[in-house]
Design a protein around this ligand. Structure first.
Ligand code: ATP
Ligand code: MG
Length: 594
C-alpha cells in the first residue's frame, strides 16, 4: 500500500487524524489541560534562568559589587527554578504518557470491536496482515503523535517564543539577528522534507510487504514446502528486505546530513554573528551579562528547531497511520440488528415456511450477478439439498441466508419474518452453520464446540454424540479438554468437519445450514452424518449443500443450481426421472466414479 503524499491528501489526512486524536483523548481532556499547563510553566521557568544569570554577572560580578546575601539569593533562585522546572517536566511527562497510552488502549478497543462488526464484504477485500498492523502498529502511532510529536513541537514552540521574548527584552537588535535564523531553518526543513519523505513512505510500504510475505509463507508453509518453493520465497523475501534497507539508508542519509550537522553549523554561525556584532559596539561592561544570556539562549533556540525538524517526518508518519485508523473506523459496519424490538423467539405464523426466498438477485460486484431471480420455499422441518457445479452460487446463497451480505434484491424471510428485521441474538441462535472450511480455534475440543456460549458439558457432549464426534474426542489424551492445535491442526479434515457439525448442533438451531459438510469424510462416516440428519428430521429445518449426492439422496427436495438459477427441483426419485436432466447426469457420473 502506497500512501498519497500530495498536499491535499495530506491535509485531509491531518484533519482525519486530529479528529480521531480528539475523540481518543476526550475522556482525558483534563489531564491534557494540566500537562499543557505544566509544560508552559516549565518552559517559562527555564527561560527565566539566564536572566537571573545575567543579573548576577552584570550587577555583581563585573562591577565587583559583591553583595553576598543578594548573590546567594540569586544563585539559590536559579537552582530552585531549575529544580522546579525539571520537576514539572517530570509531572508533565508522566501525565502525558499515561494519557497517550490510555488513548492507544481505547483506540485499539474501538478498532477491534469495530472490525468484529464489519460486514463480510469487507473481509473479501481485506488483507489480514494489513488489518493486524492497523490494530497494533497504527494505533500505537497515536501515542507517538502525542508524545514525540505534538508535545515535542509544542514544547519547542513555547521555549522558542519564551526565549525570543526574553531576548527581545534584553536586547532587541541582537534578537533580530537571531530571528534571521528562522528562514534558514525553514529552508533546511523544506529540503529535508523533499529528500526524506519519499524514502520514509517507501520504507513503510516495504515493511508492510515484509510482514505480508512472512504471514503468507507461514500460513501456507505446507504448500510452500511441498512445492519446493523455500528458496524462491527466501529470495523474494531477501529482495524486499534489501529494498527496505536501501530506503532506510536513503532516509538516514537525509537525516544525517541535514539535521544535526546543518543545524549545528547554523548554531556556530549564529554565535559568531552575535559575538561579532557585540564586538562592534563600544564595550560596555553591563552588556557582558547580556552576552552570557544570549549564548545560553542561542543553544536553546537551535535545539527546539532541530527537534521540530526531526519530529517532522515522525509527524508525517504518525498522521498517515492515524488517518488509516480513522479510515478503518469510518468503514461502514454491518447493519445494526441488535436494537431490534423483535429480538425474541418469534412464533412463526401458521403455515409460514422456515425459509422463504423470493426473486432473490445478488452479485458481489455491481453488474456481475451471481444469483438471478431465485425463489424457493423451505417448509418447517424439511430437509433440503442444494447441488450444482462449482461456482454455481451455492455458498453464496447460504451467505445471504446468514446475512453476511446485506445488499441484495428480492426478499428472504425466516419463519415468516423478513431477514433484516430479526434481532441478532435470536437470529444467530435460530440459524446454525457448518461452513465449507471448518474454522477451529487453538483451544480444547470443548471450547471449540462451545464457542463462547457457555453451554453445560452435558449439552456439548450430546451435540458431539449427535455429530458422531464423541468417540474420537474421547480417544484424545484429555478427552474434551484436549487442545486441538492452531486451526485444529491435530485433527483430520473429516474430524474437523464433525466438530463443526457438533458446534452447530450444540446451539440447538431451528434451521441448520450445511455447506459441503460431508466432502472430507469417508462413506461410512458420511452415513453416520446422514443418520444424524435423519434424526433431526421434523425438528430442525436442514438446508445442505453437497457435492456428494449420496448425502442428500434422502432429502425431501433437491434444488439444482446452475449459473445462479434454479435448473431443477424435486426429490431424488423425481429428478432421476428427468432424462438428460442436470441432476441425473451428475448422479450417474458419480455412480460411475464410485
Ligand atoms: P463450490 O461448489 O465450488 O463451493 P459454489 O456454488 O459454492 O461453488 P460460490 O462460492 O457461491 O460457488 O460462488 C459463486 C460465484 O461467486 C463464483 O463465480 C465466485 O467466483 C463468486 N464469488 C464467491 N465468493 C465471492 C466473494 N467473496 N467475492 C466475489 N466473488 C465471489
Ligand atoms: Mg461453495
Amino acid at each position: 500500500m502506497h500512501s498519497d503524499t500530495s498536499p491535499k491528501a495530506m491535509r485531509a489526512q491531518a484533519v482525519q487524524a486530529i479528529g480521531l486524536l480528539r475523540r481518543a483523548a476526550h475522556p482525558d481532556r483534563r489531564h491534557l489541560g494540566w500537562a499543557i499547563f505544566w509544560l508552559i510553566l516549565a518552559a517559562g521557568l527555564e527561560v527565566i534562568g539566564p536572566i537571573m544569570g545575567k543579573a548576577l554577572i552584570d550587577e555583581h560580578l563585573l562591577p565587583r559589587h559583591l553583595d553576598w546575601p543578594r548573590m546567594a539569593t540569586l544563585l539559590g533562585a536559579m537552582l530552585v527554578t531549575g529544580w522546579i522546572a525539571s520537576g514539572l517536566r517530570y509531572l508533565q511527562l508522566v501525565r502525558l504518557s499515561g494519557l497517550a497510552m490510555r488513548s492507544v488502549q481505547r483506540l485499539r478497543e474501538w478498532v477491534f470491536s469495530h472490525v468484529l462488526r464489519l460486514p463480510m464484504a469487507f473481509f473479501d477485500r481485506a488483507v489480514t496482515g494489513q488489518l493486524i498492523s492497523r490494530v497494533t502498529n497504527d494505533t500505537e502511532a497515536v501515542k507517538s503523535l502525542y508524545i514525540q510529536v505534538l508535545f515535542a513541537i509544542l514544547d519547542s514552540l513555547i521555549v522558542l517564543v519564551g526565549t525570543m521574548a526574553a531576548m527581545a527584552w534584553l536586547d532587541w537588535r541582537l534578537m533580530l539577528i537571531v530571528l534571521a535564523l528562522v528562514p534558514a531553518v525553514v529552508a533546511i526543513v523544506f529540503l529535508y522534507q523533499r529528500l526524506s519523505a519519499p524514502a520514509v513512505t517507501r520504507a513503510r510500504a516495504l515493511r508492510s510487504d515484509i510482514n505480508g510475505q512472512i504471514a503468507e509463507s507461514i500460513g501456507g508453509m505446507s504448500v510452500l514446502q511441498a512445492n519446493n518453493a523455500e528458496a524462491r520465497f527466501g529470495e523474494r523475501f531477501g529482495a524486499t528486505n534489501h529494498a527496505h534497507y536501501k530506503a532506510r539508508l536513503a532516509e538516514l542519509r537525509a537525516n544525517a546530513f541535514l539535521l544535526r550537522p546543518a543545524l549545528d553549523f547554523l548554531n556556530v554561525v549564529l554565535l559568531a554573528v552575535v559575538i561579532f556584532s557585540f564586538g562592534q559596539r563600544e564595550m560596555n561592561a553591563i552588556e557582558v551579562g547580556v552576552l552570557y544570556a544570549f549564548i545560553s539562549y542561542i543553544a536553546r533556540v537551535v535545539e527546539p528547531l532541530i527537534q521540530i525538524t526531526m519530529q517532522f517526518s515522525g509527524l508525517q508518519q504518525a498522521v498517515v497511520a492515524t488517518a488509516r485508523v480513522a479510515a478503518l473506523l469510518d468503514e461502514a459496519g454491518a447493519p445494526e440488528h441488535d436494537k431490534d424490538k423483535t429480538d425474541h423467539a418469534h412464533a412463526a405464523p401458521p403455515g409460514a415456511p422456515a425459509v422463504r426466498i423470493a426473486h432473490l438477485t445478488f452479485g458481489y460486484a455491481p453488474g456481475q450477478d451471481v444469483l438471478h431471480d431465485l425463489s424457493l420455499d423451505v417448509p418447517q422441518g424439511a430437509f433440503f439439498g442444494i447441488v450444482g457445479h462449482t461456482g454455481s452460487g451455492k455458498s453464496t446463497l447460504l451467505s445471504l441466508l446468514l446475512r453476511y451480505y446485506p445488499s441484495r434484491h428480492g426478499c428472504i424471510e425466516i419463519n415468516g419474518q423478513p431477514l433484516d428485521q430479526i434481532g441478532n441474538a435470536h437470529f444467530r441462535s435460530a440459524v446454525g452453520l457448518v461452513p465449507q472450511d471448518p474454522f477451529l480455534l487453538a483451544a480444547s475440543a470443548r471450547e471449540n464446540i462451545d464457542m463462547g456460549r457457555g453451554l453445560p458439558l452435558a449439552a456439548i457432549e450430546a451435540a458431539a454424540r449427535a455429530a458422531h464426534a464423541h468417540d474420537f474426542i474421547m480417544a484424545l489424551e484429555d478427552g474434551y479438554d484436549s487442545p486441538l492445535g492452531e486451526g485444529g491442526s491435530r485433527l483430520s479434515t473429516g474430524q474437523k468437519q464433525l466438530i463443526a457439525i457438533a458446534r452447530a448442533l450444540a446451539g440447538e438451531p431451528r434451521i441448520l445450514l450445511l455447506d459441503e459438510a460431508t466432502s472430507h469424510i469417508d462413506s461410512q462416516t458420511e452415513q453416520i452424518v446422514q443418520l444424524a440428519m435423519n434424526e433431526l428430521r421434523g425438528r430442525v429445518t436442514v438446508i445442505a449443500i453437497a457435492h456428494r449426492l449420496s448425502t442428500i439422496r434422502d432429502a425431501d427436495r433437491i434444488v439444482v443450481l446452475n449459473h445462479g438459477r434454479i435448473a431443477e427441483a424435486g426429490s431424488h426419485d423425481e429428478l432421476m426421472q428427468v432424462d438428460g436432466g442436470l441432476y441425473q447426469r451428475l448422479y450417474l457420473l458419480q455412480q460411475l466414479a464410485a
